[in-house]
Design a protein around this ligand. Structure first.
Ligand code: SAH
Ligand code: SF4
Length: 416
């Protein structure tokens, strides 16, 4: 079993190890395997990164461990809280690269609830209506109802990244325009959840406030398969974050061979970025379609659903003015997906400087949704959240113009 090393390559970073990997590592340093479970729980259950704080380990072991290993999360640069309850953390992953982690509350925020950031900033929630991509209908907020229990169940979705930049170059995506910088390690991926969980804490009943994780930040998760699945193992582990497979969603633009591997390795809930109803248009918007065209992608999804924890796929469809948002496109889409169990999430496009697109009008989005609904599909339209802290999903890479320097510049801006 290859045990992940720390970024410096000297001591392994326990943060990025799955429980079986950590168990093997403890055996390799001559310790009992159950020690791994204790340390794993300290790290992921209790958010501890200091061996000295692991009070149920023998003092001698607490002193031994730092000689052999580190617990090294990415460095926290800033934390922001939006008045709609959205929170955002900027993490430094070295060499001037920053990744943003966004928490989006699920459902109504109790009016007057205080949203506190660790930097001391505080915003007062105004009881805004919920986000639509809480794709668990059973838990969707009921308009106009304020269920008392919800007031303590202030839970939501964490949006995390899998790469710095992305090589797939979708034409409407600012991360794609940034180009590929590097894959994140398992420790850097789980480190995003680790930080956010530590900051958010638990509700008065002891439940974690992060109830769902979506891989919809920077990067194509299936292009970083090993590290992403390693991080997902930790998310799903009862001694880690204990999330069920249906509460972890992987969003992909359609890397077909690795989608097949995911079915075998770790079939979590699936979202697929469709964005076009035919190959001609998708070849342009999502260039990986030239390699894995729609027929192949849809057949692979159908197959995936046999193992998936949900019996449907969520299709994401970014709404681009005059490009993919006509009534004809909607009808074509209905025909394309046929009887494939799916729901649609329409995403009003988030603009960024220099992009050759515009956001579809509300009328166009309404018409598009109506056609899909009339054909019997469940359709949500993603609301933009955290506008005041620039945290809209799909816009996570910020606004720096120069391709190679964007994240570097961003960190400098933050530091200033
Ligand atoms: N690479 C993966 C996951 C990250 S992108 C994927 O493509 O699915 C997460 C979602 O944001 C995708 O559906 C993507 O198409 C969408 N997206 C990217 N740029 C966007 C933008 N500028 N406005 C709105 N959505 C965008
Ligand atoms: Fe990469 Fe996804 Fe952006 Fe396409 S939409 S460039 S796959 S991050």
């Amino acid at each position: 079993m290859a045990i992940p090393q720390s970024a410096k390559g000297d001591k392994p970073n326990l943060l990025g190890m799955t429980l079986p990997e950590m168990t093997a590592w403890f055996a390799a340093i001559g310790e009992k395997p159950f020690r791994a479970k204790q340390v794993f729980r300290w790290i992921h259950h209790f958010g501890v990164d200091d061996f000295a704080a692991m009070t149920d380990l023998a003092k001698s072991l607490r002193e031994k461990l730092p000689q052999f290993a580190v617990i090294a999360p990415p460095k926290l640069m800033t934390e922001q809280a939006s008045k709609d309850g959205t929170r955002k953390w900027l993490l430094d992953v070295g060499t001037g690269n920053g990744i943003e982690v966004v928490y989006i509350p699920e459902g109504d925020i109790p009016a007057g609830a205080k949203v506190k950031a660790t930097d001391g900033a505080e915003a007062k929630a105004e009881g805004e209506s919920g986000v639509v991509w809480a794709d668990d209908e059973s838990e969707a907020p009921v308009a106009g109802k304020q269920v008392p229990e919800r007031q303590t169940r202030y839970r939501g979705t964490l949006c995390i990244s899998s790469q710095v930049g992305c090589a797939l170059d979708c034409t409407f995506c600012s991360t794609g325009k940034q180009g590929f910088n590097r894959n994140l390690t398992g420790a850097e991926i789980i480190g995003q959840l680790w930080w956010a969980n530590r900051a958010m804490g638990r509700d008065p009943k002891g439940e974690r406030l992060i109830s769902n994780v979506v891989m919809m930040g920077m990067g194509e998760p299936l292009a970083n398969f090993d590290e992403v699945t390693r991080a997902m193992d930790i998310m799903l582990d009862d001694h880690g974050y204990g999330l069920s497979r249906r509460r972890v969603t992987l969003s992909t633009s359609g890397v077909v061979p690795n989608l097949k591997r995911l079915k075998e390795r770790c079939p979590v809930a699936l979202a697929v970025s469709l964005h076009a109803p035919n190959d001609k248009l998708r070849d342009v918007l999502v260039p990986i379609n030239q390699k894995y065209p729609l027929a192949e992608l849809l057949a692979t999804i159908r197959d995936y659903l046999e193992a998936a924890p949900r019996d449907f796929v969520t299709f994401e469809y970014v709404m681009l003015d005059g490009v993919n948002d006509s009534a004809q496109h909607a009808h074509e889409l209905v025909k394309l997906v046929g009887d494939l169990p799916c729901k649609f999430n329409l995403i009003p496009w988030n603009p960024f400087p220099g992009a050759p697109y515009g956001r579809s009008s509300n009328n166009a989005i309404h018409r598009f949704r109506g056609i899909l609904q009339a054909a019997g599909f469940v359709v949500t339209v993603r609301k933009t959240r955290g506008d005041d802290i620039d945290a809209a999903c799909g816009q996570l890479a910020g606004q720096v113009v120069d391709k190679s320097q964007r994240t570097t510049v961003r960190l400098k801006q933050v530091a200033a």
